[in-house]
Design a protein around this ligand. Sequence first.
Ligand SMILES: NC(=O)c1ccc[n+]([C@@H]2O[C@H](COP(=O)([O-])OP(=O)(O)OC[C@H]3O[C@@H](n4cnc5c(N)ncnc54)[C@H](O)[C@@H]3O)[C@@H](O)[C@H]2O)c1
Length: 285
Amino acid sequence: MRHMEITGKKVLITGAASGIGKATALAMAGRGARLFITDIDSSGLEQTRREIAESGGEVCLSRPLDISDYEAVRKLADEVHTGYGSLDILANVAGVALFSQVEDMTHEQWERIVNVNLWGPYHAIECFVPAMVRAGRGGHVLSVSSTAGIIGLPWHVAYAGTKHALVGSSEVLRYDLRKHGIGVSVILPGAVNTGLVQTVVINADEDACEKGRKLFARHAIAPEKVAALIIGAIEKNRYMVITSMDIKLLYFLKRTFPPLYGMVLRFMTWFLDRSLTRESLSSRI
Ligand SMILES: NC(=O)c1ccc[n+]([C@@H]2O[C@H](COP(=O)([O-])OP(=O)(O)OC[C@H]3O[C@@H](n4cnc5c(N)ncnc54)[C@H](O)[C@@H]3O)[C@@H](O)[C@H]2O)c1
């Protein structure tokens, strides 16, 4: 099995202002990585940069940007490549979430989920991976997908689409980049206690949203635990990392006994419908 040393590696982390991205940036800095961090939240990003610097870590570059803006990502890539050369590790972490029944979604909500969760990682892969290939030093490309990337989670129609796409593209890259010594990982977290618990858009009434958030937080693991799994995935070139046992079981069921998987999903859908709202918003307007 490969062992990739993280010390001294040039690592770009998107979504580094909060949650999994921030925990990963701090953990990588602790391992001696040379960091390039970005996020749309400039003050959160500055806080991450400060914490890394205070703990003796190295941030080569910290740039706030919207990952769904291709020109901004291209400009960042030019700045990184001109000043520091190609990356060794790319970690696509930034993302946004939406819980909704399909009939309650606005076009802007569809667009935001696709632009940030899918175009975001595609922009980073397009702008940074070719230079890694040309440099010929190997490396690693990691994307944070979600349980919704392998399971048809209820109320996640757009989110699940983007996260499934990340799994599909990661599988292709896993084999395409092998000849260049570039490993690929896709991380599939269950519930994680991050900023997302508060920023997730839930198309349901306020009481139901609060109930949903509490339910989610109760099952959530710490982002530092996911960061440790991310580092392990890079070091050992682990391809698919599922962070919780219940999701491992459900995915196993999906592949081995689809009728039972179908029953579980019907139950989950019934449960979420009942917990979040008794009727769709559109029928109440
Ligand atoms: N928290 C969970 O339970 C959970 C579960 C499965 C998957 N995930 C995935 O993990 C990843 C990280 O999420 P998190 O839980 O740490 O949430 P988080 O909200 O704490 O962090 C996400 C970060 O992405 C940034 N971001 C959002 N839109 C952006 C944009 N347009 N451009 C640049 N940055 C942007 C945010 O500012 C934030 O700092 C996401 O891709 C999410 O889908 C999270």
